[in-house]
Design a protein around this ligand. Structure first.
Ligand code: MG
Length: 354
């Protein structure tokens, strides 16, 4: 007979989980009690481990793995019947460790036990063979097959999310702007990026990136998705002070947007697994703290329209990338910072600035 998962076997239910908090419940039965008729310490420990662990899982990218490395419990009162509810909260999450705290309350709301613990985190299945983390120069990696695709040109779209346009002091009535990044700007997951010194502030901009798979010019929006091979998550690193000066003088943004390493891009997920690129949660964390959080449905121009407008005057070819703009929350980063971009259905991109 196949046993159910451990928590379900004990009767523990996950009631809610999200944004670093979780709640688990247990209806006490005779088999949960010790000989004195109160809930066994092991049951309380399992309930707390479930709640705090679920909170940790809710605070990390969905493809990550974690394990409890310590759990300290203070037993405060015995309880022999009724429904117990355990609440877990993440206090802080880093790259490899998370700290969480929580408590168990009885049906009257009295605290039965409290706990704190630490969790070890992995960004992939522990023990799994790691795929190459650095893209070969000028190429992106297809997630499904590991195949490398040579990148032709990198087209980027500015001002495509209203909340970001507003934070930059612009107007959504102004159409999105197109600019280019050189292929020497491209780096992959795991890269260490030597950011320019003495060039002013470097800002992060997390973006959905479309990989073109089929040649076309003046593509109609209705045909545009046929030209997209897949999607990745990327960061449009920007020298904000240089860009502001260029804007003021009416000059191009090339220096501000094109430095080496300014276009980190994750492995590419096939379009069939992602859809049309809309409705995807997108976020960026710096040293584990979320700085940008949005949804690709907030784009002023969705992917098909961007492919159509990019191809209006320049031919799009297999291997071209389109950075599709960033939601609000952009801000400065510096040497030593770890940037972690996440796009639902696509995955995570992590780079370190040096
Ligand atoms: Mg951008």
């Amino acid at each position: 007979m196949k046993a159910p998962p451990f928590s379900a076997f004990l009767g523990i239910e996950l009631e809610s989980r999200g944004d670093g908090e979780a709640r688990c419940a247990l209806e006490l039965g005779p088999h949960h009690l010790n000989r004195r008729g109160v809930a066994h310490g092991g049951m309380i420990a399992s309930l707390l481990d479930s709640a705090l662990g679920a909170a940790v899982i809710s605070a990390m990218p969905e493809e990550w793995w974690c394990t409890t490395t310590s759990l300290s419990i203070q037993f405060i009162a015995g309880v022999g019947q009724g429904r117990l509810v355990a609440t877990g909260r993440v206090l802080r999450r880093g790259q490899t460790t998370a700290f969480a705290t929580g408590e168990v309350r009885d049906a009257c709301g009295n605290v039965v036990a409290a706990a704190s613990g630490t969790w070890h985190l992995w960004s992939s299945h522990p023990g799994a063979s790691r795929k190459p983390v650095e893209n070969p120069w000028g190429r992106v990696v297809l997630r499904a097959t590991g195949e490398q695709v040579a990148v032709g040109k990198i087209v980027a779209v500015g001002r495509n999310y209203a909340d970001h346009v507003a934070e930059m002091g612009g107007s959504s009535a102004t159409p999105p702007v197109l600019f280019l990044k050189p292929t020497t700007a491209l780096v992959g997951d795991g890269a260490r990026i030597d950011i320019p010194r003495d060039a002013g502030a470097v800002h992060h901009e997390v973006e959905l990136v479309a990989l073109i798979g089929k040649r076309g010019r003046a593509i109609a929006p209705g045909d545009a998705l046929e030209h997209v091979a897949g999607f990745a998550v990327g960061i449009d690193l920007t020298l904000r002070d240089l860009q502001a000066r260029a804007k003021q003088r009416g000059e191009p943004w090339s220096e501000a947007k094109g430095f080496d390493g300014s276009a980190p891009v994750s492995a590419v997920a096939p379009r069939g697994e992602v859809g049309d690129g809309s409705g995807l949660e997108i976020s960026l964390a710096v040293n584990g703290e979320i700085r940008q959080r949005g949804n690709t449905s907030q784009m002023l121009r969705p992917v098909p329209e961007l492919v159509a407008s990019c191809s209006r005057l320049m031919t799009l070819e297999p291997g071209d990338l389109i950075f599709t703009g960033t939601p609000a929350g952009v801000g400065p980063v510096g040497p030593g910072d770890v940037l972690e971009a996440h796009l639902a259905s696509v995955g995570t991109l992590r780079v370190t600035l040096t």
